[in-house]
Design a protein around this ligand. Structure first.
Ligand SMILES: *Cc1c(COP(=O)(O)O)cnc(C)c1O
Length: 399
């Protein structure tokens, strides 16, 4: 999107504002499906937690995506957006047994990541198909080294627990129709991903009734210059070859599934905020915006570096700024960042604001959550109104 279009949207819908470029979401989706075009049945389940606005869910459904969910509320949002239960997978961690049962009753594919839950569920509902989440204990160590790690992770059933897992499946007579891994941000390069995939293939040989293998996500997108980006095309080539060979030998048609969040929506998002104050101090120049970690917490929470542009003055002379928010806490978005000269009233644009930005927003300092706009066919469509004072009062009870 161009600076001019973004400035116009900030004027029309006011700041702070989230803008999502529909075309970018579509092109990322197609990049992924093209990379795996030689796989007979491919399933992309968009990870709803990255950006859960129902209009974005609708858009993803329209282009053919399924949905990956982590709570019954995300399942309900998906159903509300028009996803059919069989196009939703539910991969929770640490939720109640009752919630898992309720989601299974909706006809959604459940994915279990704990042996005691598996045993309980299999005993009670032996005919409900279940996917199992495996923890392959693989993470990147150094540049290309593969190390076995993450034994402390709370996610998944350890690959080393396979004998116990198989005994539970046998004893309960339950139906396992998929196996899954999602190692998250640990997997930085393709070789590591493929190494973990081999562990999943090996695990899959123990089950005779699988319909799908789900390789989760963990795809990287660049945030700042020099960042690693997952080479999807190369991964597609290499994993397709391995998957097709495995599927041919397996003897049953198998679907290859992924559940990307960040890859699909991160770069499609722009966060626009207005500069309230430019404050020269003894050590830096602060640019204070009409937002804070209540709207965009990733820089403070994960140390992520979102590229920041002054879209009101894109061609100005660059100066060093410390960009901060208006929250009564340390809420630094960027330190000593070179940005085109800033005046009070200018609009700053934060890139990569599609994934884990609005969905992690709060009302801290009793501020309203921003509005959200979908940029589609050259027009901005409001897909979430800015909150109002009524929203802050909702559910509160005066004495
Ligand atoms: C969060 C999550 C994803 C998406 O991860 P990204 O890094 O955003 O692609 C996929 N699968 C599961 C189970 C998740 O919890």
């Amino acid at each position: 999107m161009h600076s001019k279009e973004l400035v116009a949207l900030a004027t029309q819908f006011e700041s702070p504002l989230y803008v999502y470029d529909a075309e970018k979401i579509q092109s990322q989706y197609h990049r992924l499906t093209s990379a795996f075009s030689k796989v007979k049945t491919l399933r992309i389940n968009y990870a709803a937690k990255a950006l859960s606005n129902i209009a974005v869910l609708q858009l993803l459904k329209k282009i053919g995506s399924g949905l990956d969910t982590v709570s019954i509320q995300e399942v309900q949002l998906g159903l509300h957006a028009g996803f059919t239960p069989d196009s939703i997978i539910y991969t929770p961690n640490g939720v109640s047994f009752e919630e898992i049962e309720a989601v299974a009753r909706l006809g959604v594919q459940i994915n279990i990541d704990n042996l005691s839950v598996l045993e309980h569920f299999g005993t009670k509902h032996p005919t409900v198909p279940v996917c199992i989440r495996i923890n392959p204990h693989v993470m990147a160590g150094g540049n290309t080294n593969i190390s076995v790690g993450h034994i402390d992770s709370k996610f998944g059933i350890s690959i080393h627990q396979m004998p116990h897992l198989l005994r539970i499946v046998e004893n309960t007579g339950m139906h396992i129709n998929g196996i899954h891994m999602h190692t998250g941000s640990d997997i930085l390069d393709i070789e590591v991903f493929l190494y973990a995939a081999e562990i999943l293939f090996e695990a899959a040989t123990h089950f005779k009734t699988l319909d799908f293998l789900d390789f989760g996500s963990g795809f990287k997108v660049p945030y700042k210059k020099g960042d690693i980006e997952t080479n999807i095309e190369e991964l597609g080539k290499k994993l397709t070859k391995r998957f097709n060979a495995f599927a041919a030998a397996y003897g049953r048609p198998l679907t290859l599934a992924f559940e990307p969040g960040k890859f699909l929506v991160s770069e499609a998002g722009f966060f626009l905020a207005k500069v309230n104050v430019v404050k020269q101090t003894t050590s830096t120049v602060f640019a204070g915006i009409d937002s804070g970690f209540n709207h965009l917490i990733r820089p403070m929470f994960y140390g992520s570096q979102h590229h920041i542009e002054n879209i009101s003055n894109p061609k100005g002379k660059e100066r060093f700024y410390t960009v901060v928010g208006y929250i009564c806490e340390t809420d630094t978005f960027a330190n000593n960042r070179q940005i085109s000269e800033i005046k009070e009233g200018d609009i700053l644009c934060f890139r990569n604001a599609g994934a884990y930005c609005f969905s992690m927003a709060s009302n801290y300092n009793s501020r309203y959550k921003p509005a959200e706009v979908l940029w589609k066919d050259g027009k901005g469509i409001l897909i979430r109104a800015r909150e109002t004072f009524e929203d802050l009062l909702k559910n509160q009870i005066l004495l």
